[in-house]
Design a protein around this ligand. Structure first.
Ligand SMILES: [Zn+2]
Length: 216
């Protein structure tokens, strides 16, 4: 697009800050006020099964608002800006590892129909672009289950058992894979995805999410 056209488009459809919804200058990751709240250190730890995760933000304040806007209020246009923060965290945490593929926590097709998009897939595809690593669908959710946030910790563990299965297993075998989700809470969902990928022959499996709030 030429510059005049870009200016016309941005006048009608200005870019917005994913964390507060205000208009931001084109190409900026956030408005200056929200950017001031970005933490200096990233959140790191282990999901169930001992797989490492990284996340740029804690699940609170403007970051929880960003998830809400992006996931439940239909603002999928924020995917690219949010993905950039996850890509940076993954770069910091897993820099010394050759990643072969990026994939995401899948949604059941019924749930996908209701929401219209899988927020984790949108993030994963932009992260793949930003890190220059191919995106691949490596998991599907073939069974419906209860939403994880409505359950106790032990129920969450049972709730995710057997709901995912590996696909494109030739791309899993012998490879290092990064799995993307929007939030890591108990780590049961990501842990189960990692377990399935490991069982299908994945070597090193890592996780990255936008926000982390570990509750065990
Ligand atoms: Zn903002």
């Amino acid at each position: 697009m030429n510059k005049i056209l870009i200016n016309i488009v941005s006048a009608f459809f200005p870019e917005r800050c994913p964390y507060c919804g205000d208009v931001v200058n084109a190409g900026k990751p956030a408005c200056p006020e929200c950017e001031e709240h970005f933490p200096e250190t990233i959140r790191e730890g282990h999901v169930i099964g001992g797989y490492r995760y990284t996340a740029p933000f804690s699940y609170n304040g403007i970051f929880a608002e960003a998830v809400k806007r992006f996931k439940f209020n239909g603002h999928k246009e924020h995917a690219e800006k949010l993905a950039l923060q996850i890509a940076n965290a993954a770069n910091d945490s897993f820099n010394n590892t050759e990643l072969d593929y990026i994939t995401c926590v899948p949604m059941h097709k019924k749930q996908l129909k209701e929401r219209g998009y899988n927020q984790s897939e949108l993030l994963a595809k932009y992260i793949a672009k930003q890190l220059n690593i191919p995106y691949e669908t490596l998991l599907v959710k073939h069974k419906e289950n209860q939403p994880q946030h409505s359950l106790t910790s032990s129920q969450k563990r049972d709730n995710v058992k057997g709901v995912y299965k590996a696909v494109n297993t030739d791309k899993i075998k012998g490879n290092n894979i990064l799995v993307i989700d929007d939030i890591v809470t108990t780590g049961h969902t990501l842990g189960e995805c990692c377990r399935i990928l490991s069982k299908a022959g994945g070597i090193k499996i890592y996780c990255a999410a936008l926000c982390a709030k570990i509750i065990r």
